[in-house]
Design a protein around this ligand. Structure first.
Ligand SMILES: Cc1cc2nc3c(=O)[nH]c(=O)nc-3n(C[C@H](O)[C@H](O)[C@H](O)COP(=O)(O)OP(=O)(O)OC[C@H]3O[C@@H](n4cnc5c(N)ncnc54)[C@H](O)[C@@H]3O)c2cc1C
Ligand SMILES: *[C@@H]1O[C@H](CO)[C@@H](O)[C@H](O)[C@H]1NC(C)=O
Ligand SMILES: *[C@@H]1O[C@H](CO)[C@@H](O)[C@H](O)[C@H]1NC(C)=O
Ligand SMILES: *[C@@H]1O[C@H](CO)[C@@H](O)[C@H](O)[C@H]1NC(C)=O
Length: 493
């Protein structure tokens, strides 16, 4: 009896010990190699690149309840509109924009944006169109300024001179825009693209712009009920498992996980989320916007080094707001050459750039007006009813008193949103390529990606996509080849 009890006890101990050992083993196995923070274009692109290189043991933590980040559709009065990225920018050039390839493969509905007829569609502050000749003078002067800017940018770069602002290059022509029409054209030329004024935007990184010089001058507007975000899902589904309905069910992908802490030691990283979960891994890839990095939503332990903090805080997170507004009927011109129009006001950037959606959303009776920077921040903080009043007043100035009240308005708030803090990065004067590269540089086991780390295309969807691949490759070099030294851009390039 006794000896039997003993042997049973011994067996039990062996079983318990074995199961502890096994559990330990599985725990080690499930502890991922890499945690990716954020499931926007860059995070998904980086994760796909890691998996393709055989690093399959990953976890993606996304703060919101969806994939896509700043590529985001929403329902506006029954139509699917894009509140984030809307265009594939850079089409028709020598190189093919990788996003353009995907958009075509997925057969998304796109429309080339033709801004050529703006000279016939520019409105005065108090109403009525500018005479075509007057508008042509303003656009001609803007073209000349821009060509001059490109010329001196190229020659200053060749001589390794320090950067200047786009405004400084305009001063050199003695043609700083100050009349309402000149300011409207200037706003359309720069702010509508960079979401910040020429006063702050870097000349050397803005003119010429690699997006247009490499991929082409054309812009294609995505207006598809499936949404522009389809491109992000398309990449995600190449490496994440889905169910029969195409819903992502991969256990490596976790929504509603707000990362609040990233702690690294010599042996690994610990990532904490707002709901109290703790994840361990060997490395982390952070893909949140530069706007989020400039807040303390994510606490880094130990603190990021001074050089990294300075690089992050020097760059700009610009604000760009697409306001959609719908009316019972149209009271603006439609037909060829009327899609885009400008409103010239003494206050620069006051509801300047308009797009009527007749072609892209037939029968919608809707307009899209874009504001940026300080106007965006002002408008985000006021009730939509006030914004609606301002817009109706502007439209009354343009089209007369007898216009109907709008039925719907949509004012996206990217700046107030703690997961974005703006729309996209803009390269300000005073940041060299060396400092820019430091935004991407890893700190120990913590790696960085996102549109703001793209070598040539910061601020764009294709920039986010290519940055994800590039940052993943840097990490792969470290994991697979033990080459963990970051080869920073040399100073003065
Ligand atoms: C209004 C607007 C208009 C634009 N227009 C265009 C355009 O026409 N064409 C173009 O090419 N580009 C455009 N862009 C830019 C383009 O959308 C972005 O460059 C690109 O989508 C950024 O991708 P990303 O992966 O770098 O960042 P994000 O899309 O911001 O992805 C980061 C992800 O991290 C998540 N996150 C944030 N904080 C945390 C946290 N603490 N824990 C976990 N997850 C977190 C976010 O929710 C997000 O999903 C526009 C952007 C905006 C906002
Ligand atoms: C820009 O440079 C080109 C080529 O050198 C020249 O033909 C053109 O006149 C210049 N434009 C301006 C506005 O300086
Ligand atoms: C508009 O332009 C298209 C293509 O250039 C042309 O086929 C069409 O006839 C034009 N429509 C009108 C009303 O002029
Ligand atoms: C340009 O716009 C004007 C005014 O809206 C319109 O009448 C004209 O047909 C357009 N021209 C072209 C070439 O599209």
């Amino acid at each position: 009896m006794r000896s039997m009890e003993k042997s049973i006890m011994a067996l039990l101990i062996v079983v318990i010990a074995l199961s502890i050992l096994l559990q330990g083993a599985t725990a080690v196995e499930t502890s991922p190699t890499v945690i990716v923070v954020g499931a926007g274009m860059s995070g998904i692109s980086a994760a796909k690149t890691l998996v393709a290189a055989g690093i399959k043991n990953i976890i993606i933590l996304e703060a919101t309840n969806r994939i896509g980040g700043r590529i985001c559709k929403t329902n506006f009065a029954g139509m699917s509109v894009e509140i984030g990225a809307n265009w594939v920018e850079g089409v028709g050039g020598n190189e093919v924009n990788p996003i353009w390839k995907m958009v075509n493969k997925l057969k998304l509905r796109t429309f080339v944006s033709d801004y050529d007829n703006l000279t016939a569609n520019t409105y005065k502050q108090v109403g009525g169109l500018y005479k075509k000749s007057e508008a042509q003078t303003a656009f001609g002067a803007a073209d000349m300024r821009s060509e001059f800017s490109t010329n001196i940018s190229v020659s200053m770069s060749a001589h390794r001179q320090e950067d200047i602002s786009i405004l400084t290059s305009q001063r050199l022509t003695n043609q700083v825009p100050y009349t309402p029409i000149d300011m409207a054209v200037d706003y359309y030329t720069y702010d509508y693209e960079f979401a910040e004024p020429p006063r702050v935007t870097s000349l050397q990184n803005g003119e010429p712009l690699p997006t247009f010089s490499n991929f082409g001058e054309d812009l294609y507007f995505v207006a598809d009920p499936k949404g522009y975000e389809t491109v992000v899902y398309y990449i995600a589904k190449q490496f994440l498992t889905t169910d029969a309905d195409g819903v992502i069910t991969d256990p490596r992908f976790k929504l509603n996980k707000v990362v609040t802490e990233i702690r690294q030691s010599r042996s690994g990283v610990i990532v904490k989320t707002e709901d109290g979960s703790i994840y361990r891994a060997a490395y982390v890839m952070v893909s949140v916007s530069i706007g989020v990095l400039q807040t303390n939503l994510i606490n880094f332990h130990p603190d990021l080094p001074q050089w990294k903090i300075l690089a992050i805080y020097q760059f700009d997170m610009a604000v760009y707001t697409k306001i959609f507004i719908k009316f019972p009927y149209k009271f603006w011109p439609t037909g060829n050459g009327t899609e885009f129009f400008l409103y010239a006001h003494e206050k620069r950037g006051y509801y300047t750039v308009w797009q009527q959606l007749e072609r892209t959303y037939p029968g919608s009776n809707a307009l899209l007006v874009t504001v940026t920077d300080d106007e965006s921040r002002r408008i985000e903080q006021q009730p939509d009813s006030d914004t609606k009043k301002e817009i109706v007043e502007v439209l009354r100035n343009m089209f007369g008193k007898n216009i109907p009240e709008p039925t719907h308005i949509l004012v996206p708030r990217w700046w107030s949103n703690r997961f974005y803090k703006g729309a996209f990065s803009n390269w300000p004067i005073g940041v060299s390529r060396f400092e820019y590269d430091q935004m991407r540089a890893p700190v120990g086991r913590v790696y960085f990606t996102g549109e703001h780390t793209s070598q040539q295309y910061n601020g764009y969807v294709h920039g986010a996509y290519l940055a994800g691949i590039d940052s993943a490759k840097i990490m792969i070099r470290c994991i697979k080849n033990k080459d963990c030294k970051y080869h920073a851009m040399p100073k003065g390039t």
